[in-house]
Design a protein around this ligand. Structure first.
Ligand code: AMP
Ligand code: MG
Length: 417
């Protein structure tokens, strides 16, 4: 029961985790419709076969002209053509204007667009397109979006390893990519240990609590693009824990558990993992967090699934997931693994009694551009994690006084990295 436990800095722990995860790299590639690729990780660069925009076009409704033809305000030009978006006009003859609409291709010879608010359409008795009085002197190039100003032909618009955001899907589509090569989703098994746990919807027995980690962790995995095998609640016995580990290892790359990683006699993860593979119990010098387990669970055929055992306290579980599981999943997918560096911001709070461990304080941006602290930083207070929009990454032993600059890491940057 008194197994020696390794005390590690977070950086050391992450370096070991990344090294272990690299042995579980996912390299199967799938081709998916760009429609269905949200959150997936690119397995190959997306390169553009064209310039975007493909041709000069107007960003205004108005008239395309040769600026030399409008040396003074009030010049009148016959309207020789009409160019709606999606249509290609004729070369613009000197001394004429083209009626043109946003997105319309600027005709050869025109070098400026005058917005319609600065023009007066003059009727044509003959039923033609009439003439236009241009009431402002155009600057060459105005209101023209240049060919290739967004994307140049043959450039890489999205490198492999990119997680596809909504805007990345739009960019891929803008260069004509109807399908994308992505990595297969990481397969992750999840279970919560604890005889005290019950599911929401049930009537609580005396001594019981509702299982919140199952929901938080499952949703984090889903938000991270994983396929989740949710094994539910596993009781605090060696046999149940071993059986759950075996089932979890069979078809998954990674097993994530919560609870049972201390070394109390009700903590069965370590003996179970040692029976089914191997496991090290770590103490990471962070708060919340601290206990973390890293192991490998054997499966038939001689390969193994990676095991990360998170602490049971809900905030610890959430924060350690973001720091460790998030990093391991990136390593498995060949993505950069550094934690988001965060940004310096002003603390609008005091933190006079820092811990000796590196702390991740739940804070919120205020309207003055500073940070407020959630009053109760206890690792069981999940309301703090919902109230917060970020964590202050505070060095070990560092007291904070109102007005100090601290390092702010947005939760959003951690959740979907
Ligand atoms: P453990 O790491 O198993 O000793 O659990 C530490 C604390 O977290 C205990 O108070 C547990 O009741 C609580 N806890 C463990 N698992 C969960 C869970 N899935 N949901 C909510 N609280 C939990
Ligand atoms: Mg427990």
């Amino acid at each position: 029961m008194n197994a020696p436990r390794l005390l590690l800095s977070l950086d050391d722990a992450l370096a070991r985790l990344v090294a272990a995860a690299a042995g579980h790299a996912i390299d199967e590639v799938e081709t998916v419709s760009t429609f269905d690729a949200l959150g997936r990780v690119l397995a190959a660069d997306v390169r553009s076969a064209l310039d975007v925009p493909p041709a000069d076009n107007t960003s205004m409704d108005g008239y395309a002209v040769r600026s030399a033809d409008v040396a003074v305000a009030g010049a009148v030009l016959p309207v020789a053509q009409r160019i709606p978006a999606g249509h290609v006009g004729q070369p613009l003859q000197p001394g004429t204007a083209a009626r043109i609409f946003t997105g319309g291709q600027v005709p050869a010879g025109a070098d400026a667009v005058v917005m319609q608010e600065q023009c007066e359409a003059l009727a044509d008795a003959g039923g033609g397109m009439g003439a236009v009085r241009v009431n402002a002197v155009p600057v060459p190039g105005q209101w023209i979006r240049r060919r290739g100003e967004d994307v140049q032909h043959d450039s890489v618009v999205l490198p492999r390893g990119t997680r596809l955001t909504p805007q990345a899907l739009g960019l891929a589509a803008s260069v004509g990519a109807g399908t994308l090569a992505v990595l297969r989703r990481p397969r992750v098994a999840l279970f919560s240990t604890g005889d005290e746990l019950q599911m929401p919807g049930e009537v609580l027995r005396p001594g019981a609590i509702y299982n919140s980690n199952r929901f938080t962790l499952r949703a984090l995995l889903q938000a991270g693009g994983c396929e989740v095998q949710d094994l539910g609640i596993v009781g605090d016995t060696l046999a149940a824990t071993r059986a759950a580990l075996r089932e979890a290892a069979a078809h998954n790359d990674l097993i994530v558990t919560s609870g049972g990683v201390s070394v109390g006699e009700e903590d069965h993860l370590k003996p179970a993992a040692e029976a089914e593979g191997s496991m090290a119990n770590w103490q990471i010098a962070i708060k919340p967090g601290k206990p973390l387990a890293l192991g490998r669970i054997r499966r038939e055929g001689g390969s193994a699934a990676l095991l990360i055992g998170l602490p049971g306290n809900p905030v610890s579980s959430y924060v350690t997931y973001l720091l460790t599981v998030g990093t391991a999943l990136r390593a498995m997918q060949g993505m950069p693994t550094a934690l988001p560096a965060g940004l310096p911001l002003r603390a609008d709070f005091d933190w006079p009694r820092p811990d000796r461990r590196r702390e991740f304080l739940r804070v919120r941006l205020n309207d003055q551009g500073g940070l407020d602290l959630f009053a109760n930083q206890s690792s069981g207070v999940l309301t703090s994690a919902v109230w917060a929009d970020g964590l202050v990454d505070n060095p070990p032993g560092q007291a904070i006084a109102r007005g100090d600059s601290v390092r702010f890491v947005p939760l959003a940057a951690l959740v979907t990295r």
